[in-house]
Design a protein around this ligand. Structure first.
Ligand code: AMP
Ligand code: MG
Length: 331
């Protein structure tokens, strides 16, 4: 009798839980030059609202859209910046300083010379790069005003900022579970509706396969990799992450860097900067100046190194199952 009672309680609980389980809603759209995928549990209307938010941010932050605030800033040297463009400019300049210029938003004249924003790819000659590098120095940006010839590009941080703003919107609407993938910038809100952690895939930079899964809650997972955008000329591959020191695509020995933490803008800035810095300099910065962020480094040779906070939540997959994973420790 007691057993039957317990069974009835369980069944009741099960029915209540399943009938109350929030419904899954998804959307996919193209914005900020990439495919964006949203999944939320509960609150279907939030998807359209999120897409509108993303498009509004793109209109402020895009470096190529002639209507954007950043386009006007680059053209005129000063502009009436919207709230997000102004706030992200300030934040990005702090992050340029934190990374000692490995992230440098004034690298844009060089990025443009390689054709990475227009798609008209070319290899600039040494003289051209030397002349353009004269314009690259984020410390020259004062009061959100640019000296003659200096141009900024928020492309290395804009998607991270957007993910933070979208997560803020979701929270303000009472969403407690959702996942967004803004073209390599993932943000996992809360946990899955069943109470388990989100499992986010880290891509193998050498194939379309997944290198590992990381289990997260309320975190951004942001990857920068040479494979994301590149062209080839005379058998040489040139990718889109520029070393502000040389004006050429960064050749730091890394094929990809993934950064995981609560602040999507910080993670986006760091994934780009770490890629430029290489494993050794990035580890040093991580040990000395960063807390609350973790990273996965994949070298050109396919070696994988993780920071110690990921131990236990990082699960190698496919070709990486039996590969030795090195760990960077603070001590
Ligand atoms: P991400 O995909 O976040 O690593 O950002 C790469 C994009 O940021 C490039 O497509 C460029 O528009 C821009 N960029 C490239 N190199 C740098 C750099 N060293 N600092 C800041 N922005 C950069
Ligand atoms: Mg970035």
């Amino acid at each position: 009798m007691r057993r039957a009672g317990a069974l009835a309680v369980c069944l009741g609980l099960f029915l209540t839980l399943t009938s109350c389980a929030p419904q899954r809603h998804t959307s996919t759209f193209f914005a900020m030059d990439t495919v964006m995928e949203l999944t939320v549990y509960g609150g279907e209307g939030i998807l359209d609202e999120t897409e509108e938010l993303v498009r509004a941010l793109e209109t402020e932050l895009s470096v190529t859209d002639e209507q954007s605030d950043i386009y006007a800033l680059d053209r005129d040297g000063s502009a009436d910046l919207g709230e997000d463009a102004a706030a992200l400019m300030e934040r990005a300049l702090e992050l340029c300083a934190l990374t000692d210029g490995a992230l440098d938003i004034t690298v844009y004249p060089v990025v443009r010379a390689w054709g990475f924003t227009t798609g008209e790819y070319r290899v600039p000659d040494e003289g051209e790069l030397v002349a353009l590098l004269d314009l690259v120095d984020y410390t020259k940006v004062k009061d959100l005003t640019l000296p003659e010839g200096v141009m900024v590009d928020l492309g290395a941080v804009a998607k991270g900022w957007t993910s933070d703003k979208a997560a803020e919107l979701w929270r303000s609407r009472g969403i407690t579970s959702g996942l967004m993938n803004l073209g390599g910038n993932v943000y996992a809100l809360g946990k899955k509706p069943d109470g388990s952690l989100w499992r986010v895939g880290v891509r193998d930079p050498f194939s379309d396969a997944t290198l590992a899964a990381v289990e997260v809650e309320d975190k951004a997972v942001v990857t920068s990799g040479g494979y994301e955008r590149y062209f080839e000329e005379n058998g040489v591959r040139y990718h889109h992450i520029i070393d502000p020191g040389t004006g050429a695509p960064a050749r730091s020995g890394l094929a990809s860097v993934t950064v995981i933490g609560q602040d999507g803008t910080l993670c986006d800035a760091l994934s780009t900067a770490f890629f430029v810095m290489g494993l050794e300099r990035a580890s040093e910065l991580w040990r000395n100046a960063l807390s609350g962020v973790e990273a996965v480094f994949v070298t050109d040779g396919g070696e994988v190194t993780i920071t110690e906070g990921l131990e236990g939540s990082f699960e190698p997959m496919n070709d990486y199952k039996n590969v030795e994973i090195k760990v960077i420790r603070r001590g």
